[in-house]
Design a protein around this ligand. Structure first.
Ligand code: GLA
Length: 412
């Protein structure tokens, strides 16, 4: 916030300063890698309260998820109460003291996120931030909020009244920009998460309205078909993501019980290749060892959080099989061999197609096994709906691969 903080000692100084701040960016440190944490919606839906959130924070620490990198505890819709006489938003009776809750969460080395809408109502018909943007941003900052998911919902009715699609689009851009300015003005670093279901090619303008991440799709559900539909539809979006601004294919369903182990591995592997935010969406207080190990696999998280921040993309598809690759900071590549068919299928990774032109070393990420040195390709049987996730690097002594990781031409 350094540059911007010096812009705000007095409102009168703010305007010229802001004019020179490129795209009103929040500090680059914010979401420098895709945010990791937990969100209440996928599992608890509307059934959340202060005690539930505290229990999730406790479990985040006790299960080892915090130490694996999951830090945001995000309260989704239905926390909102009525405004007081001055228009200040209050939490409802499920959350008696939001500041105390934030203190509790912070005391565990975690951060607290919240949810609102640019419309007058949220998706669950609770109070939205329309015409109260500055006031709400300040209230969130006063409470100690570190992350805001801003969900279009309530604004859609107003957008329908707009005289043209262009005017409706302008309303939306305006609404997101307004909240971004309000967040910046508070001086508190608050991750800004846009949620408008991937409409209007949000990836082309999300960063320009200050988004640190933007949903690229409608809602996920705990079924393989929906997770796969969302995840595999992300091809081509890599060039829009980078440090501080990420494509968001929605929160995780791992551990909610609707998919089997292979399917949840596909979910984690694909999200890591996509440099997607990793927001667990399960009940952290009731995790099987299998769920904990899926969520905390060190090597998978390292791929997701790779410091080069280059999103992976599809490099080939053959019927129901797909090969995706992601360039990593150390010059290696994460490669996912995905089988979307319900029965096992053999999949071939062609290392030249992935950018290696000499011998490579290959490691199987989920099994942790070093598969040794290989020449040009690797063939393996991949379980139905499953994945084999590889880390491929140039073999020692070979200098025939692309050396530095290549970023797709960035579009902002
Ligand atoms: C929308 C969002 C979900 C969730 C709900 C809450 O559907 O896409 O992620 O926030 O609203 O009402």
């Amino acid at each position: 916030m350094n540059g911007l903080r010096s812009c705000f000692p007095a409102a009168i100084l703010a305007m010229p300063c802001l004019l020179f701040a490129p795209a009103l960016a929040q500090p680059t440190k914010l979401a420098s890698t895709p945010p990791m944490g937990w969100n209440s919606w996928n599992h608890f839906n509307r059934n959340i309260d202060d005690a539930t959130v505290r229990a999730q924070a406790d479990a985040m620490v006790a299960s080892g998820l915090r130490d694996a990198g999951y830090v945001y505890i995000n309260i989704d819709d239905t926390w909102e109460g009525e405004r007081d006489a001055t228009g200040r938003i209050r939490s409802n009776s499920k959350f008696p003291d939001m500041k105390a809750l934030a203190d509790y969460v912070h005391g565990k080395g975690l951060k607290l996120g919240i949810y609102s809408s640019p419309g007058n109502k949220t998706c669950a018909k609770y109070e939205g931030s329309l015409d109260h943007e500055e006031q709400d941003a300040q209230t969130f900052a006063d409470w100690g909020i570190d992350y805001l998911k801003y969900d279009l919902c309530g604004l859609r009715d107003a957008m329908k009244q707009a005289p043209s699609p262009e005017a409706a689009h302008a309303m939306m851009i305006d609404a997101y920009s307004k909240m971004h300015r309000a967040l910046v003005k508070t001086g508190r670093p608050i991750v800004f998460s846009l949620c408008q279901y991937g409409n209007d090619a949000v990836w082309t303008w999300g960063a320009s309205v200050g988004g640190n991440l933007w949903r690229t799709t409608g809602d996920i559900s705990d079924r393989y078909s929906r997770m796969a539909e969302i995840g595999f539809s992300q091809a081509g979006l890599a060039k829009y993501a980078g440090t501080g601004h990420w494509n968001d294919p929605d929160m995780l369903e791992v551990g909610n019980g609707g998919m089997n182990l292979e399917e949840y591995r596909t979910h984690m592997s694909l999200w890591a290749l996509l440099a997607a935010p990793l927001l667990a969406g399960n009940d952290l207080t009731k995790m099987t060892p299998e769920t904990v190990s899926l969520l905390t696999n060190h090597d998978v998280i390292a791929i997701d959080q790779d410091p080069a921040g280059i999103q992976g993309d599809r490099v080939g598809a053959e019927g129901p099989t797909e090969v995706w690759a992601r360039p990593l900071a150390d010059g290696s590549k994460a490669v996912g061999l995905f089988n979307r068919h319900p029965q096992p299928m053999e999949i071939r990774a062609d290392f030249r197609q992935i950018g290696f032109h000499g011998p490579v070393r290959v490691r199987d990420v989920w099994s942790g096994k070093d598969l040794g040195k290989m020449a040009a390709e690797y063939r393996t049987l991949v379980p139905g709906h499953g994945v084999v996730l590889l880390k491929v690097s140039e073999a020692a002594g070979s200098s025939s691969s692309e050396s530095a990781p290549k970023r797709p031409t960035e579009q902002r």
